[in-house]
Design a protein around this ligand. Structure first.
Ligand SMILES: NC(=O)c1ccc[n+]([C@@H]2O[C@H](COP(=O)([O-])OP(=O)(O)OC[C@H]3O[C@@H](n4cnc5c(N)ncnc54)[C@H](OP(=O)(O)O)[C@@H]3O)[C@@H](O)[C@H]2O)c1
Length: 244
């Protein structure tokens, strides 16, 4: 696999994207896409796509990959409609992962490929690995209590963040019966900060990931969009990076 941090070569005949959701993430992806060799052919927002109505055979004609950054309520309907039309997907929306098995059967039934992640930042994917290693180290030392915190901008709709839930899913089994508390903060314009800490009476150890902007998420989503072309099945972004 190629270096995921290296920009894609731009060029003629770039992959054709449909952007489902044209909020903060949709717009960041639209700005970056041409420099990464993609052509944005379609952008849909709630005004044009209430209930997924604008996702039709006609509107997705000539689209190679649809990229969804919408809302927890909209994402699963969008996935169903896009998959039924035989178009591959990248889904960055969070807050719907409790319906993962329902989505898996939609994807398998329709024979398309889909990559999803609560966090498309490559730094966060590496942070998950460091967190698992830290959990293994701290597990025998019961005087250290694990905890998770996350902070995001005031407009983020789900809490805790999908990233915090994914982090908890990965580290909780390594820490046995010690339930890991998760605290969420919504304020201002924070792009996203996650901490995994261990606190004892004597000291505190903290692993922290701080997103500086949305560009890292957009880079990862476009990396996944290129990767998913020609694939069938449901893949997490971690699956792709860990297989490299
Ligand atoms: N995986 C990652 O790396 C990553 C990174 C950042 C964010 N996210 C997640 O991605 C999602 C979007 O984040 P954001 O910051 O871009 O939020 P945002 O600025 O609120 O954008 C979401 C957009 O989707 C639109 N929308 C709602 N329903 C729709 C539908 N049925 N069809 C098409 N568009 C629809 C919304 O329109 P209205 O504004 O008119 O409602 C809004 O413009 C959130 O779930 C967030 O947690 C994931």
């Amino acid at each position: 696999m190629s270096d995921p941090t290296r920009p894609f070569a731009a060029g003629p005949g770039g992959l054709k994207l449909a952007l489902l959701g044209y909020g903060k993430m949709g717009q960041t992806i639209a700005q970056l896409a041409p420099a990464r060799g993609f052509e944005v052919r379609l952008t849909l927002d709630i005004d044009t796509n209430a209930g997924g109505q604008a996702i039709t055979r006609e509107s997705l004609k000539a689209i190679d990959v649809a990229v969804d950054f919408t809302t927890p309520d909209a994402a699963v309907d969008n996935i169903r409609r896009v998959a039924e039309l035989g178009v591959n997907l990248v889904v960055g929306t969070t807050g719907w992962h409790d319906r993962l098995e329902e989505v898996r059967s939609m994807i398998e039934r329709s024979g398309v490929g889909m990559v999803y992640a609560a966090n498309f930042s490559i730094g966060v994917q590496l942070f998950y690995r460091l967190a698992r290693a830290a959990a293994k180290e701290f597990a025998p030392f019961k005087m250290y209590e694990p905890y998770l915190t996350e902070a995001h901008h005031r407009a983020k709709k789900d809490a805790p963040s999908g990233t915090a839930l994914e982090l908890k899913r990965q580290v909780q089994p390594l820490l046995g019966a010690r339930e890991i508390p998760v605290a969420s903060l919504r304020a201002g314009a924070i792009p996203g900060t996650h901490e995994f800490g261990f606190d004892s009476e004597a000291d505190t150890v903290i692993l922290r990931h701080t997103a500086r902007s949305r560009q890292g998420f957009a880079e990862g989503a476009l990396y996944a969009a290129r990767w998913v072309v020609g694939k069938k099945g449901l893949f997490s972004f971690s699956d792709i990076l860990e297989a490299k």
